[in-house]
Unconditional design. Sequence first.
Length: 200
Amino acid sequence: MGNLETLQKKLGRERAALGVTTTGATLVEPGLVRVGGMGPTHIVPCERLDRMVHWLRQVGFTIEESNDLESLVWGKLIVNAGINPLSALLRVPNGELLERKDAIWLMYAAAREVAAVANAKGVSLPFDEPELEIVNVAHHTARNHSSMYQDILRGAPTEIDAICGAIVEEGSKLGVPTPINETFWHLIRAIVPRDKEIEG
């Protein structure tokens, strides 16, 4: 949440565009990644992106254009909120979460909170069952280490403020409680020193 607005603020509205990808990857070493699940990348139609879209399609990425990406952004937010902080806290690959009953409970609870905030905002989600979507993604990216887990291992800034933090803030505005996301938010922030976190 807030990535487009941050880029527009830094680069100007004409130099930033929204996109959502469902391709997962694990950073093996600088310049080398291991694919952890291929899915489509959605972008807003933009003439300035035509060359980039051509190159991405040439190397095998599925690129789809859409004028309304809000639903997909919130759909991905549900998945990220349920998987990323929990995998980082437990230090396990995504699939390992499905082997732990309490981890599944936490994943489902986080997903339901995000869905409730989206519903209060009037956002239509791209799927009917958030819990099922989270299980599907964790299953299809079972060997993958989430980006947040990778960031924690490297001592790098994480996106916790833009995921769980954003959910908590939106929920607070709308009167929707988000205790699981708030707990995840504070736990990850407690691991990574604030001077290393991503500033909005």
